[in-house]
Design a protein around this ligand. Structure first.
Ligand code: ADP
Ligand code: MG
Length: 591
């Protein structure tokens, strides 16, 4: 594909209609549901089931945020549900407060407890996080049972009151459905906000999220906090609905119940939460007639859950929406993009990156050992060396994935030596990985949008449309604009590399680090890559590239630094370096 194919005539951006107008059908549908819930004249049994399904769904929304969006496990959602329920229960029954302040208080307690638990544990990953949330759950259950002076112990709290406005069960159900609709709307749109995109990036690939400017730890805490908050809200509503709460309603088994609802319906979406919750509450009711045969009911119930999870690993809604995404990728044409503009920031100096005495030891191994590199502004600088010579390690220390043992890194006049990866990205560093690290559950466009969202990117305007425009420009620049809406898994290896480059370019970095971009490409793809590098350099963006392909390196780079066993063995103008006897012997052996 030639450059002229990629660069299309700029067209005036089409602004989409305001959100509220686009989503009017949703609000009309929700209003109809609320009206139905308030007027259908259900009997007490049906009312109870609906009330339970509604409040539980809100708690399960929380799991769809923390687990579905952000990939963090929370096995204590019943605890947060309990905080909300006990706040409303004890507040209205014992302290005779009105319902509203108790509900808000319950939400706050849950939020604070969630954020606190998150802050103390989210640096741990996977299994450890699961263990800690289980312990937290057990401790809170013990307190609920044993702190009788506060919680009334196993007897539970009765005589819980509802707000004046919704005294009848029917009107209270309508109120809960309205809350469900509003919270569902917010959770549904969360993935398309900056925070939501950050969460998905963290779930898909924490390392890549960090070097694309995302504060991974903070994002996880937000997800955990939102999950806990929704648990608290749901619990408060539940307590108001049933007027009685007791510790067994908030046990570990209930947390597992919430998790099963979430996984069954589809953890990635609030629609899945509602489907899963509805099913897990309704199936036992449907199977009630089997209760005469002991065990049969549980066996059928279990079989049903296993079948769904076996054949729809992403849950019921995941199955449906995946089919829809694939269909849309082929039917919905991506918008036409203008030509990508790169305007690398500059403090005026001649040197963009100055690395002095950079050292990285892994135990006794000196992977990088006192390396100096000075990258001149506006050129292509290559870092080469035999396998294991410390090139990738150098890049990882530069981008902050490893902490330097010693040395100093100055990017365009700013000392970034001690910054976290996302701060270095904000300071203007962009990179790609030797082993491609894309956000695999997202489309190409969404991947590049995350790059474009870099804090401090001066090349995008405000709002979602500007973000999409910038991402489309970057994708078009690498020649993949027409496939923007496809999922990463449908791209070839070579194209995935191009998407990674587009993601870095969209951020308008000051310096672009490329780790073996030609590895695994066939000869046509290599030519395309070479041509792409030229077009990037032509816009004045400085590139530091690692590659094995000597043809590519000698043609593209003006300056070469050579590493061997972690030490710099040559540095200078390309042709001279490639003829340097030490370099020749490092590559070909001294014989
Ligand atoms: P290159 O990219 O030049 O092929 P690397 O930077 O990947 O080389 O590796 C340099 C040396 O550091 C190798 O000996 C490698 O085994 C070692 N190394 C790289 N990463 C780690 C790590 N995380 N822990 C321990 N040793 C590492
Ligand atoms: Mg390497």
């Amino acid at each position: 594909m030639s450059a002229s194919d990629n660069i299309q005539v700029p067209v005036p951006a089409v602004r989409s209609k305001p959100l509220i107008i686009r989503h009017l059908p949703y609000f009309i549908g929700a209003a109809v549901l609320v009206a139905l819930a308030g007027s259908m004249g259900f009997d007490g049994y049906v009312l109870n089931i609906l009330l339970q399904a509604t409040t539980f769904s809100i708690a399960v929304f929380g799991l769809s945020v923390v687990l579905g969006l952000c990939g963090q496990i929370n096995l204590a959602q019943a605890t947060f549900f309990g905080f909300g329920a006990y706040a409303v229960g004890l507040g209205t029954a014992d302290l005779h407060l009105s319902f509203w302040p108790c509900l808000v208080g319950g939400c706050m307690i849950a939020l604070i407890a969630g954020a606190f638990l998150g802050m103390s544990t989210l640096r741990l990953g996977g299994h450890y996080l699961a263990m800690v949330t289980i312990s937290f759950q057990q401790i809170v259950t013990l307190v609920m049972i044993n702190a009788i002076w506060l919680t009334h112990g196993p007897d539970g709290v009765s005589n819980i009151t509802r707000p004046e406005l919704f005294q009848s069960s029917q009107s209270y159900l309508a109120f809960c459905v309205a809350v469900l609709a509003i919270v569902g709307y917010l959770v549904w749109h969360l993935p398309d906000t900056k925070l939501g995109r950050s969460m998905r990036a963290v779930r898909d690939n924490e390392l890549a999220a960090g070097v694309n400017g995302i504060d991974v730890f903070r994002t996880k805490i937000y997800a955990f906090g939102i999950c806990a908050l929704l648990g608290g809200l749901a619990g408060g509503l539940f307590a108001g609905g049933f007027a009685y709460v007791s510790p067994d309603q908030f046990s570990f088994a209930e947390s597992i119940g919430f998790l099963t609802m979430s996984l069954l319906g589809g953890v990635a979406s609030p629609v899945g939460s509602v489907i899963g919750t509805g099913l897990l509450i309704l199936i036992p009711e449907w199977l009630r007639f089997l209760k005469s045969v002991p065990g049969l009911y549980l066996a059928i119930y279990g079989l049903f859950v296993i079948l769904i999870i076996r054949f729809m690993p992403d849950g019921i809604w995941g199955f449906v929406s995946d089919a829809f995404t694939r269909w849309r990728a082929h039917t919905k044409a991506p918008p036409v993009a203008a030509a990508l503009q790169l305007k690398p920031a500059t403090s005026g100096g001649d040197i963009v990156l100055k690395v002095t005495g950079l050292t990285k030891h892994f135990g006794g191994l000196k992977a990088v050992d006192g390396v100096d590199i000075a990258v001149k502004r506006g050129g292509v600088h290559a870092l080469i060396g035999p396998n294991g010579s410390g090139k990738t390690t150098t890049l990882n220390v530069l981008s902050g994935l490893y902490k330097a043992t010693a040395g100093k890194i100055v990017l365009d006049g700013t000392d970034i030596t001690n910054m976290a990866p996302h701060q270095r990205t904000a300071a203007g560093l962009g990179r790609t990985f030797q082993n491609i690290r894309l956000f695999r559950s997202m489309t190409a466009l969404e991947n590049v949008e995350i790059g474009a969202e870099r804090p401090g990117n001066t090349m995008i305007g405000k709002g979602e449309d500007a973000l999409t425009e910038r991402a489309m420009e970057a994708l078009t620049f690498v020649g993949l604009g027409n496939r923007a809406n496809e999922l990463i898994s449908s791209f070839s290896y070579g194209h995935q590399r191009l998407i990674e480059i587009a993601r870095a370019l969209a951020a308008n970095p000051t310096l672009l680090l490329l780790d073996e971009p030609a590895a695994g490409l066939n000869s046509t793809e290599k030519l395309e890559l070479h041509e792409l590098l030229k077009r990037i350099a032509a816009q004045g963006l400085t590139i530091l590239i690692i590659d094995h392909d000597m043809t590519l390196v000698s043609e593209a780079a003006q300056h070469i630094t050579v590493l061997n066993f972690g030490r710099r063995i040559a540095d200078g103008e390309s042709m001279a370096v490639l003829r340097h006897p030490d370099v020749v012997s490092a590559y070909l052996g001294s014989e």
